[in-house]
Design a protein around this ligand. Structure first.
Ligand SMILES: *Cc1c(COP(=O)(O)O)cnc(C)c1O
Length: 382
């Protein structure tokens, strides 16, 4: 089979537009040259617009987990109680990081396939007045759930606790106006909604979070936020910048600005509706009810086929890659990514790929039922 561009419909890495890929191929720059200063300043101001913050946005070379680790290393002291909201693989990662840094996590578990209820956080913070940092996940990629960060931030504020949000698979694809919602720390990575190759991590830090970071005694070196802030005063990173990725970032942020924030969020909501309705029409069961459904990926099960067999058949016959379940959900669901460089038209072909996979497995298929339903949703989208 033709195997040129991989058709990635997974929750990261996502397809990289040619404009972005070409930008990353520019000649190498010295990361302390005047040209780099210009690039750094432009990227910095574009990132602040993306995060919707007047605070700092730090750029770290590493995958998304690097930014997560930095938010534990800089904000907690050994022995300190923190609250971790855990409803999937990435909530679990916060828990593991808290343990790794000697913090005492108080776990607020919420069911796989649902979001966390703000009232539950209210109760946990009331019962544990010593816990002053809450680690949350906006878009739990392992279950395809989008949490209500605006409501969680209000609760955290009321208890004078910081809210740290993993927005790795949502920032850029779903609203998260950091300052307006009163979120203290937002972490994300390059390879999801930002349409970049993997390798950069970002951390938005509010003034309240800086205060806490100064007072905390967590071990840190490469991830020491204060080093990034100090270097940024000279438009530098403390260690060698991922220069090629910075070129690419500048281009992807320009593309995001050209599309516009509202249009971008609307595109993701439309893709969600197309995929969900198309899968329903094909007899699949959606793993997440509408209330918590993520605009950047969709998880489903059923359809009379084994999800792993379906993934393999789709990939073999069409070249489209879906993700499977993680952890307890392994073999139980499949996940379709629709974030970053993906269009409504791509969702039509994605559903056609699902139909082809079903037919490959010998399941009865009414050709075009899923793809057609997606087109209907698109046509009637207001
Ligand atoms: C992808 C992802 C991460 C980061 O994973 P890396 O592999 O370290 O980039 C973190 N949280 C969520 C919710 C994610 O989807």
């Amino acid at each position: 089979m033709f195997d040129g561009d991989k058709l990635l419909r997974v929750p990261g890495p996502t397809p990289v537009p040619s404009r972005v890929a070409l930008a990353s191929a520019r000649p190498m720059l010295w990361h302390r040259s005047p040209e780099f200063v210009e690039l750094f300043r432009r990227v910095e101001s574009r990132l602040k617009a993306l995060f919707e913050t007047e605070g700092d946005v730090l750029i770290i070379a590493g995958s998304g987990t690097a930014a997560m680790e930095s938010a534990v290393a800089n904000l907690t002291s050994p022995g300190e109680e923190v609250v971790v909201l855990n409803g999937g693989k990435f909530g679990e990662r916060w828990l593991e990081l808290a343990h790794a840094f000697g913090a005492k996590p108080i776990e607020l578990k919420y069911p796989y396939g649902q979001g966390v209820e703000p009232d539950a956080l209210d109760r946990v913070l009331a019962q544990n007045p010593g816990a002053k940092v809450v680690y949350a996940t906006q878009n739990e990629s392992s279950t395809a759930v989008l949490n209500d960060i605006e409501a969680l931030a209000k609760v955290a504020r009321a208890h004078d606790a910081l809210l740290v949000v993993d927005a790795v698979s949502s920032l850029g694809g779903a609203p998260l106006p950091m300052d307006a919602w009163g979120v203290d720390v937002v972490v994300t990575g390059s390879q999801k909604c930002l349409m970049l190759p993997p390798g950069l991590a970002f951390v938005g830090v509010s003034p309240r979070a800086w205060e806490k970071a100064r007072a905390s005694r967590g071990h840190r070196y490469y991830f020491d936020w204060s080093r990034y802030k100090k270097a940024a005063q000279n438009a530098e990173s403390p260690y060698t910048s991922a220069v090629s990725l910075m070129y690419a970032l500048d281009e992807s942020l320009a593309m995001m600005e050209e599309e516009g924030k509202e249009a971008r969020f609307e595109r993701h909501r439309l893709m969600r509706a197309m995929v969900r309705e198309g899968l329903r029409a094909l007899g699949f069961t959606l793993f997440v009810e509408d209330r918590w459904a993520s605009p950047t990926l969709t998880a489903a099960t059923g359809g009379g086929v084994d999800p792993e067999a379906l993934r393999k058949a789709v990939r073999k016959k069409t070249g489209v890659t879906f993700a499977g379940g993680q952890g307890d959900l392994k073999g139980k669901i499949f996940r379709i990514g629709h974030m970053g460089a993906a269009t409504p038209l791509d969702m039509v072909t994605t559903l056609a790929a699902v139909e082809m996979g079903l037919a490959e497995l010998g399941a009865p298929v009414a050709w075009g039922r899923g793809a057609g339903r997606a087109l209907e949703v698109w046509k009637s989208w207001q």
